[in-house]
Ligand binder design. Structure first.
Ligand code: ATP
Ligand code: MG
Length: 241
């Protein structure tokens, strides 16, 4: 495949995401290899004026970190601090990003189910004010995961997300933020087979580091011995063509 064809293909999964967002789908799951820009897209694409709220799931995530907790505010006084999911519910065009969603379990998973439920069913009561809160009309959730087998995600959670898009390559704007001579290699690296894939993050680090340390040392530090040689060769070829 020529470089131009690759660049055209760059758009495919990203075009799917843009089309689905433009169609007003408000529950989307992005999955696929690491470092392709899933979280970045979830935080920025189709988001209104308010910054998106982000949750990163771990085995230790508590439901308090999702909906909120009591916080001490002076002697014998406690206040309820609403968590990211409720802030996103309330936000104008609010977006909740739930990263590493395959790791959610227990109480946190139950709370996520409640927070991502259909707009007609979802509601939550503030324990301090007893106010009932519902998701705003523009509320959207984008979940991300690295796993390729979506069966590893709790079926009840997956069921709330009718559209899943496999993000397998960086967005053109992500490539454009690299120095020009690195873009083709970064694209090729992200399209390689799993065991040889090189993430965008490595290319960002290499781009930065080579300014101080020169390309050879930077390549060995970032890519490791085996991959460094092929990256440096590709850059040398690109510079003479
Ligand atoms: N469109 C973009 N413009 C500029 N930088 C970007 C863009 N997309 C991604 N990046 C940068 O690329 C890096 C990887 O992106 P991100 O963290 O979104 O990947 P990911 O797919 O969520 O990876 P993981 O699966 O490991 O969580 C980050 O440093 C991010 O800021
Ligand atoms: Mg991510």
């Amino acid at each position: 495949m020529s470089l131009m064809e690759s660049f055209e293909e760059v758009e495919s999964c990203w075009r799917d995401l843009a089309d689905v967002l433009a169609a007003g789908i408000s529950r989307i799951l992005l999955y696929g290899p690491s470092g392709t820009g899933k979280t970045y897209a979830a935080l920025h694409h189709g988001v209104g004026n308010n910054p998106a709220e982000r949750l990163v799931c771990t085995e230790d995530l508590t439901s308090g970190e999702i909906t909120g907790t009591w916080m001490p505010v002076g002697e014998n006084r406690w206040e309820w601090r609403e968590g990211p999911a409720i802030r996103a519910w309330r936000g104008l065009g609010g977006r909740l990003v739930v990263d590493e969603v395959d790791r959610a379990s227990g109480d946190a998973l139950s709370t996520l189910l409640a927070m991502t439920d259909s707009p007609e069913s979802a509601r939550w009561r503030n324990p301090e004010t007893c106010e009932w809160v519902r998701p705003g009309p523009q509320f959207s959730v984008v979940m991300t995961t690295n796993i390729d087998d979506l069966d590893d995600i709790a079926p009840s959670l997956r069921d709330r997300f009718p559209v899943s898009i496999r993000i397998d390559r960086p967005h053109v704007s992500a490539l454009a933020s690299l120095s020009e001579d690195l873009r083709a290699s970064a694209l090729a690296g992200s399209l390689g087979p799993a065991h040889r894939r090189v993430s965008l993050r490595s290319f960002y680090a290499f781009d930065e580091l080579r300014r101080r340390l020169g390309p050879h040392r930077a390549a060995y530090l970032v890519f490791g011995e085996d991959t460094a040689t092929s990256v440096l060769d590709a850059l040398a070829i690109a510079s003479i063509t």
